[in-house]
Design a protein around this ligand. Structure first.
Ligand SMILES: [Zn+2]
Length: 104
């Protein structure tokens, strides 16, 4: 039984995970339980047109969102990518809501 009112925050699932053992591609709730990330399909229905990959070197690229399985998680999209500038694997990935060229 939850100690929180429904809708108070996104609840995590499973047992709390110690900070040192957390997956950097996942979010955690206040008690340290892993929360379910957004899926590709969910992001598309909310208006994302691409996946933006950001490497530790600062290089940023946008990848067509329909390359990814609809039920896969957005934070996992970078697992099989490699930075085209420095060659590092596994950029951070997030939904892209608007084109870089549209920004002021
Ligand atoms: Zn890079």
């Amino acid at each position: 039984m939850s100690r929180y009112p429904p809708g108070a925050y996104t609840p995590g699932v499973g047992d709390p995970v110690p900070r040192g053992r957390r997956n950097p591609r996942r979010g955690y709730d206040a008690e340290g339980r892993e929360t379910v990330p957004a899926t590709i399909a969910n992001s598309m229905s909310n208006g994302a047109y691409a996946i933006r990959a950001t490497c530790d070197c600062g290089h940023e690229a946008e990848v067509s969102i329909d390359r990814f399985p609809p039920n896969s998680f957005v934070p996992d999209a970078g697992l099989r990518m490699r930075c085209e500038k420095c060659g590092r694997k596994g950029p951070t990935t997030a939904p892209a809501w608007s084109r870089v060229s549209d920004r002021p």
